[in-house]
Design a protein around this ligand. Structure first.
Ligand code: UGA
Length: 435
């Protein structure tokens, strides 16, 4: 059975490593962050992800997942090396390829002592990166290797389930030997019936950008409809989404209107793709609109607040949920954090709550807000409560609870998970439904 190295123990790298290890494959999980490696070695996930804890316990105890800081040790015996390091967004919106650059030089150094392995890029990278940076760096160091690009489609919050049941495996390679090795490996993990698409490297790189950009565009589209609904008495975005989603040409998923997409992928990938298109002389108008609609969504929420509360200076305002979506403690590009910053600028007295992500929120918001210890503590005496993340525990909030703990308040539900009839004390507004 193959021995595999995965470089980069983030969401994608660690989950993938654990899933491969679960199948009995020996997997070296490499990262240069000593704290991360220590935690993983103790079978603890360095971030919150449902199902990952027990899975790690299983593969660390059985010894199939071997966390290490030594790329050399890992690569020596591996027939496949997956690169899963981050490709964050630069301040100008382009993709930062520093980690890709460094790690491929390192791999090149170690490959001298290895036996013709295949290096697969799993990180999201602009077209040509796999060949022009990764393969080129490794080649410069003199290693003998095959090169492939295998994009990843797992989501945070359901990373384990997604990784166990991929809807498709894309193998981008430019030669048959590499393709066969990678396909054989994936078949050993996922079986003979799993759908595999073979393409060249550059198309594999583009598939990932196209996939994320399409999903982001679907969200900006439905948010556009939501903003129209807000202005038309009787209109309801959810009914419209249900109807258009029933059209098999559209499909029901990713039509939940809300505060706008956040997280470590969509904002970065849409922006990185726009930037890349411009570099090759094409203005991607549609993607610019997707991005613009998304960025404006926080203003829509602030407008609703101001229209209904008039002055927000010195008013106690509560934001429920700081994670970019439920079931994660990730606050990267969270629209909620952007909203809190805007509220602070306007002089509101902000309280925030999140079942998982408050510690991460503290890192960026410091002492500028009050950190509530429970949902009730968060809403107590608030003039307005803005629900930003669709955590299940918020679903039980009703008019009686708001009345009891606030006396009188405005509730803005950006995810439409509450069901409250407004009265003179509790004024309920759902984003995407007219008042
Ligand atoms: C996304 C993609 O869904 C994955 O397929 C991809 O692998 C991943 O990016 C990546 O490139 O690594 P993720 O960012 O974890 O996954 O989360 P999503 O569930 O896609 O949600 C992204 C954002 O869109 C969240 O803020 C979410 O609240 C928002 N969203 C999603 C909506 O507002 N409405 C929807 O209908 C769906």
């Amino acid at each position: 059975m193959s021995i595999v190295t995965i470089v980069g123990m983030g969401f994608v790298g660690l989950t993938t490593a654990a899933i491969f290890a679960e199948k009995g494959i020996t997997v070296y999980g490499v990262d240069n962050d000593v704290k991360k490696i220590k935690k993983i070695s103790q079978a603890e996930a360095p971030f919150f992800e449902p199902e990952l804890g027990p899975l790690l316990k299983n593969v660390i105890t059985s010894g199939t997942l071997k966390p290490t800081m030594s790329l050399q040790t890992a690569i020596k015996n591996s027939s496949l090396i997956f690169i899963c390091v981050g490709t964050p967004m630069k301040p100008d919106g382009s993709v930062n390829l520093d980690y890709i650059d460094k790690v491929s030089i390192e791999i090149g150094r170690c490959l001298k002592s290895a036996n013709h392995p295949v290096v697969c890029v799993k990180s999201t990278v602009p077209p040509k990166t796999t060949e022009d940076i990764v393969a080129s760096n490794i080649k410069k160091m003199g290693g003998n290797f095959g090169i492939a690009m295998t994009p990843e489609f797992l989501r945070e919050g359901s990373a384990v389930t997604d990784s166990r049941n991929p809807h498709l495996i894309v193998i981008g390679s430019n030669d048959d030997r590499t393709h066969n090795i990678v396909e054989e490996f994936f078949r050993s993990v996922y079986g003979q019936t799993t759908r595999i698409l073979h393409t060249n490297i550059v198309s594999a790189e583009l598939i990932k950008y196209a996939n994320n950009s399409f999903l982001a565009t679907k969200i900006s589209f439905v948010n556009t409809i939501a903003n129209v609904c807000n202005r038309i008495p009787g209109a309801d975005v959810d009914v419209i989404a249900q109807a258009i989603g029933a059209d098999p040409r559209i499909g029901p998923q990713f039509l939940n209107a809300g505060p706008g997409y956040g997280g470590s992928c969509f904002p970065k990938d849409v922006s990185g793709f726009i930037n890349y298109c411009k570099k090759i002389g094409y203005d991607p108008i549609l993607l610019r609109a997707t991005d613009a609609v998304n960025k404006r969504q926080v203003c829509t929420i602030l407008d609703l607040l101001r229209q209904n509360l008039k002055n927000i200076r010195n008013k106690p305002i509560t934001v429920l949920g700081t994670a970019f979506k439920k079931d994660t403690d990730d606050i990267r590009e969270s629209v909620s954090i952007k909203l809190v910053k805007e509220l602070n600028k306007s002089g509101a007295r902000v309280s925030i709550h999140d079942p998982m992500a408050l510690e991460n929120a503290k890192q960026v918001l410091g002492n500028k807000v009050r950190y509530a210890t429970s949902t009730i503590d968060a809403i107590r005496n608030a003039s307005a409560v803005i629900l930003m993340t669709d955590w299940d525990e918020y679903k039980s909030l009703d008019r009686t609870i708001f009345l009891k703990h606030t006396g009188k308040c405005l509730v803005i539900d950006t995810r439409r998970i509450l069901n409250i009839d407004s009265d003179k004390n509790v004024h309920y507004i759902a984003l995407g439904r007219s008042q």
